[in-house]
Ligand binder design. Structure first.
Ligand code: SF4
Ligand code: SF4
Length: 426
């Protein structure tokens, strides 16, 4: 049972997060319902809670109750509601299920950004201890790593030994190293947890003769998914501080859509500072290397039919449509476009932190059906996409729906299409 103190705290968060943009969104929705056909979750389930306008309506109800005269005087007439248990349960499902794909925003005649509402919903729930537990735990683990980096540095370096040996063998250079803590390096590369995004980029950086250093931290930001700006800022700040200490000119974010979005579009506003280096998406960096002739790919080296999935945070919300396609087309003998694509592409269903939340597994499976249909229609045998969340989700869809495709990262595709002195280990 929600207490009065919890209600007050949730309303305080809403008050703090209310700005001109939110007031505009609260005011302008005409309930035209156009967004209903845009959301993969509503289309797949027909559950009205997943209708973008309904997700916003939960916040609107609380706003009206506390911040409008009509809501205070005639709440039932204007659908004004205190954050009671039912509303908070609905808010949890509506907010944490949203993949933040912003397809609804693209189709809305007023460009209402539903993720503005769902992120406020998450923040209100976090404030009263009703946030998604697993996302909070993952965020805290990342922050703890940042606070104990001396301990984790040795573990990371030890764990990279085999990767470094393989890297030397692949590039045929016994002197090649994976640089960590390199002062004055041009770029700091922030990989994902594990070595699968370190080895291919080490090879690409080496072949491009790039001056780089590997970050001690991973790019994923569970504080952002959790809906807690303070935690999200702390997680990102780990490698911001590292980049400042090394004096790099650019921070390259690995194939992780939301991590790129956090750094390119949100961090400076959170931290109220202008970063002294550029933020780059790794797909853009690889594209530049190819364009500048710093790395060479073998045209037509990939013979199987290939398709490309636009990750929402890289495409619609990041603006990279042609760069990844140029890379895929440079090596694919048979490229097949999904329809719709680019800004209209269907979300795969795994963003927003959903791949980490088992409670949404069924929803992920059901709401990924639009993506399944799209992939099937292409007849492709390989799908390339530059986002780890999308790959995990599409791997699951592949398995559950017997799509029979191979899913590749962009960096693996690039490495497999380069002439390297050393062969890939069997
Ligand atoms: S499309 Fe926009 S205006 Fe229409 S109901 Fe959805 S959010 Fe409201
Ligand atoms: S952002 Fe995506 S998942 Fe969220 S409501 Fe809009 S279309 Fe649905």
């Amino acid at each position: 049972m929600v207490t009065r103190e919890e209600q007050d705290l949730a309303v305080k968060i809403l008050d703090e997060k209310t700005n001109r943009q939110l007031l505009y969104y609260l005011d302008i929705c005409t309930r035209c319902g156009i967004c209903k056909d845009a959301c993969h979750q509503y289309v797949a389930t027909g559950d009205v809670l997943y209708l973008p306008a309904s997700r916003a309506q939960l916040i609107r109800k609380v706003f009206r109750k506390y911040f409008t005269i009509q809501g205070k005087l005639i709440p039932s007439v204007v659908e004004a509601t205190a954050p009671n248990d039912k509303l908070l349960e609905d808010l949890y499902r509506a907010s944490y299920a949203c993949t933040s794909c912003r397809r609804c925003m693209y189709y809305c005649p007023f460009s209402i950004d539903t993720t503005w509402f769902t992120s406020i919903g998450r923040a209100m729930l976090v404030a009263i201890g009703r946030g998604a537990t697993i996302l909070g735990e993952l965020a805290d683990a990342a922050i703890m790593k940042g606070e104990n980096i001396d301990m984790f540095r040795d573990i990371l370096i030890e764990g990279l030994k085999d990767t470094e040996d393989e890297f030397k063998a692949r590039v045929g250079d016994p002197a090649a190293t994976i640089p960590i803590g390199k002062k004055g390096a041009h770029s700091l590369y922030v990989a994902l947890a594990g070595t699968h995004t370190i080895l291919p980029m080490a090879i690409i950086f080496h072949q491009a003769k790039a001056d780089w250093s590997l970050s001690l931290f991973e790019a994923a930001n569970y504080g952002y998914f959790y809906g807690d700006t303070a935690r999200a800022k702390k997680i990102a700040q780990r490698f911001v501080d590292e980049a400042k200490a090394l004096g790099v000119q650019e921070l390259i974010i690995s194939e992780c859509g939301h991590a790129y979005r956090v750094m390119e579009f949100l961090y400076e506003a959170w931290a109220k500072e202008k970063l002294p280096f550029k933020i780059r998406a790794v797909v853009d960096v690889m594209h530049d290397y190819i364009k500048e002739g710093r790395i060479k790919l073998k045209p037509g080296s990939l013979l199987e039919p290939v398709t490309y999935h636009d990750p929402c945070q890289v495409g619609r919300n990041g603006g990279f449509y042609e760069e990844p396609r140029n890379i895929v087309k440079a090596v694919a003998a048979d490229y097949r476009e999904m329809t719709p694509n680019r800004e209209k592409q269907w979300c795969c269903g795994g963003g927003g932190g959903l791949v980490a939340e088992s409670e949404f597994d069924t929803l992920r499976q059901v709401s990924g059906q639009k993506k399944v249909e799209q992939i099937r229609k292409t007849g492709a045998k390989v799908l390339v996409t530059p986002c780890e969340n999308c790959r995990l989700q599409i791997e699951m869809l592949n398995e559950k729906n017997n799509l029979g495709i191979r899913i590749s990262s962009m960096m693996d595709l690039v490495v497999e299409s380069m002439d390297l002195p050393g062969a890939k280990p069997a």
